[in-house]
Every structure is written in structure tokens, then in C-alpha cells.
Design a protein around this ligand. Structure first.
Ligand code: R7I
Ligand code: MG
Ligand code: MG
Length: 349
């Protein structure tokens, strides 16, 4: 489809769910042989397995809250979103949430709470979390808002409800921007895509809080920019080993060690790879490759899935995968509603 077509919206939201659901199998695994990944994925196509159902985790649970809030409020409303996060957590606390964020989610359900951003600020001795929990749920901001400035602003605020450290919320800004650009068709020119992300993050990470957090945490002056440069170096190479990707970019639970990695997975899988089945679509390649990195597989596959789904569209999503994943049908319907919201906003009505 053309820029911001319905197919791209559906691809983005559905593939994020698939990445989370199929990635859950390997979350936390140190080494994941590609053979195990392919076996796991071919299991989804096995008709005899009947009602195979892979449950979604916190990644999708929180993304659904963002989607519902944006649709219900026709835009960003931090009070409403905070309430939805708290309610979702208390209804299904066993979705695999990070061990820090559960304290925020409990505080967000207090009726006495005045400032919804305060519980997140109290995390990790007042520094705030740098986990990837803000980034994993950032895709809907790119779908709801046509203007990049809004995507950046609301992805940041949406993340700050749980992640007040700039290394947390800037991961969400980067992820939302990647989905935004992909929706516009920017992955047709991969060099310009990565160049644009670097330029945008130069500005984002030039802010005082970001420079200060990076100093305190002993990271590079502009940590996401540094990683994106590594992504660019790796994508220029003809052969890259999984070990190199992990050591250069990471596969962990910190936003800094997973968002650039997810972006790399998408770029790397734009072309066929000899260790992946020839009959795989680009989207299938991206998800399989994300799982083979091990570590935070559900989240890296969820984020890579959103970016790749926005590029390839819903046609590249295997029906069999969709049937196996909890919440995929729901995501498909909500993508249509977000598409309508996006185009309503861009018409200025
Ligand atoms: O970021 P968050 O929501 O977790 C998301 C991850 C995804 O992989 C999901 O699939 C799920 O498995 O969890 O949750 P947080 O608790 O805010 O952060 C995740 C973890 O990062 C924390 O439990 C800490 O181990 C670590 N972490 C920190 N450690 C030290 N200092 C995050 N921020 C800090 C910090 O400032
Ligand atoms: Mg999860
Ligand atoms: Mg995870």
C-alpha cells in the first residue's frame, strides 16, 4: 500500500502482537539456535495442533491500553491512560511485567494520586526506570498522530507514566519515530531512514535531562545516537554474526539495549538471508531473526514487528500465525479505527 495505507496500520499493530506472542517462548534465553526458532514458528502452521494459542504478555497488554485510550479520548489523555494501565495490571497481574514497574502500576490505582507522573519519578531511587517498557508500547502513537512532532511528544509522555529516566522514554520516542517513518514508506530507502532517525535523535538527546542522565549512567554523550551509528555500520556489512549484534547493540531489558537492536533486525531482514527460509516474507524474516538474538525476545520482536509490519503491510502476515496469537484479531480491528483517527486528524477536522 501507499504511505499511511490501512494495510500498513494493520500490519504494524498485528505484527507487534505476533512478535510478543511468539517471542515469549524464548524470553530470557541466552542462546537461541535458529533451528529452534524455525521449529517454533513452523509449529504455528501445523493444522493438527488445533487451537494452538500463544498468550500475549505485558507488551501487548499495555499497548492495548494505549490504543483504547487514544481511541476513546480521540487523542492523548494522561489521566485516562494511567487509569487504564492500573486497571489492566490489577485485572491480569501475571502477564510478565518488569519487577520495578509493578510498583508504579499499583500506585497508579490509588484514588488519592494527584500527579500521575509522580510514581514513575520515584523509581530506582528517584532516577526513574530505563527499562524498555515505554518503548514496547509506543507504536500506537505513530498510528494515531500524523505529525511527527505529536508522535514524539506523546510517545514521550506516554512512556513517562512508568519510565521517567530519559534512557527509558527516549527509547519510546525512537521506536515511535521508526514506526512513523516506516508507515510513510521510508524503509524503501534504508540509508535515508537510519540517517533521519540519527538526525532526529541528535536533537532529542541534546536536551538537558538527556545529557545529564547519560552522564550519570556513564553512557555515551548521546547514547541512542551512538547505537544508531553502530546500526548503520552493521547494516553496511555483508555478513554480520548474531554474536556481533548482541555485543554491539545488546538484547537486554534496557531501552538502550533493545530499541536500536529492533531497528537493526528490520533493516537486516529487508533482504533475504541464507540462514532463513526462502519462502519467508520480510516480516517473517524479521520476527524469526529477532527471536534468534535471544534475551528480551518478546519485546525486541514486538518492536521490530511493529516497524516491519508498517513497511510490509498486513498481506505479509501469515494467517496461521495470526490464528495462534491471542489479541491479534483485536489488534487488526483497532488498527482500522486508528487509521480513521489518523486521517481525521490530518484532515484538520
Ligand atoms: O521497563 P519495564 O516495563 O519492563 C519491560 C520488560 C519487557 O521485556 C517486558 O516483556 C517484560 O518482561 O519486562 O519494567 P521496569 O521494571 O521499569 O524495568 C525492567 C528492569 O530493568 C527492572 O526490573 C530492572 O531490572 C531494570 N532497570 C533498572 N535497574 C537499575 N537501575 C530499569 N531501570 C533501572 C535502573 O535505573
Ligand atoms: Mg513481555
Ligand atoms: Mg520482554
Amino acid at each position: 500500500g501507499g504511505p499511511a495505507s490501512l494495510s500498513r496500520f494493520r500490519g504494524a499493530l498485528v505484527a507487534a502482537v505476533l512478535g510478543d506472542c511468539v517471542g515469549g517462548e524464548f524470553e530470557g534465553a541466552e542462546e537461541v539456535p535458529m533451528e529452534s526458532v524455525l521449529q517454533h514458528l513452523s509449529g504455528l502452521e501445523d493444522e493438527t495442533k488445533g487451537n494452538c494459542i500463544l498468550e500475549y504478555s505485558d507488551d501487548t497488554a499495555m499497548t492495548r491500553c494505549v490504543v483504547q485510550s487514544l481511541l476513546n479520548r480521540s487523542g492523548f489523555d494522561e489521566q485516562d491512560l494511567a487509569r487504564r494501565f492500573a486497571k489492566e495490571y490489577s485485572a491480569s497481574p501475571a502477564r510478565g511485567y518488569g519487577s520495578g514497574v509493578i510498583h508504579v502500576l499499583k500506585k497508579l490505582s490509588s484514588p488519592q494520586l494527584v500527579d500521575v507522573y509522580q510514581p514513575a519519578r520515584d523509581q530506582f531511587s528517584g532516577r526513574g526506570s530505563f527499562g524498555n517498557g515505554g518503548a514496547m508500547r509506543a507504536a500506537p502513537f505513530a498510528l494515531a498522530f500524523p505529525d511527527l512532532a505529536d508522535v514524539k511528544r506523546f510517545a514521550r509522555l506516554g512512556a513517562m507514566l512508568t519510565h521517567s529516566c530519559s534512557l527509558g522514554y527516549n527509547g519510546a520516542v525512537l521506536q515511535a519515530m521508526a514506526v512513523h517513518l516506516s508507515l510513510q514508506g521510508a524503509l524503501n530507502l534504508p540509508q535515508q531512514f537510519i540517517g533521519r532517525l540519527i538526525t532526529e535523535m541528535e536533537e532529542v538527546e541534546g536536551e538537558e535531562e538527556a545529557l545529564r542522565d547519560a552522564r550519570i549512567l556513564k553512557e555515551a554523550e548521546k547514547p541512542f545516537c551512538e547505537r544508531l551509528h553502530k546500526v548503520r555500520d552493521l547494516m553496511d556489512r555483508s555478513k554480520v554474526s548474531i554474536e556481533e549484534v548482541i555485543s554491539e547493540l545488546g538484547n537486554g531489558i534496557a531501552a538502550l539495549r533493545s530499541v536500536p537492536t529492533a531497528i537493526f533486525c528490520v533493516l537486516h531482514c529487508l533482504q533475504p538471508q541464507d540462514y532463513l527460509p526462502e519462502n519467508y516474507s520480510g516480516l517473517e524474516r524479521t520476527i524469526a531473526y529477532s527471536l534468534a538474538l535471544g534475551g528480551d525476545t518478546d519485546t525486541i520482536a514486538c518492536m521490530a514487528g511493529a516497524i516491519a509490519g508498517a513497511h510490509y503491510g498486513i498481506e505479509s502476515v501469515p494467517q496461521s500465525w495470526m490464528k495462534c496469537c491471542e489479541g491479534a484479531e483485536d489488534a487488526d480491528m483497532n488498527a482500522e479505527r486508528l487509521h480513521a483517527l489518523h486521517h481525521q486528524t490530518s484532515d484538520g477536522s
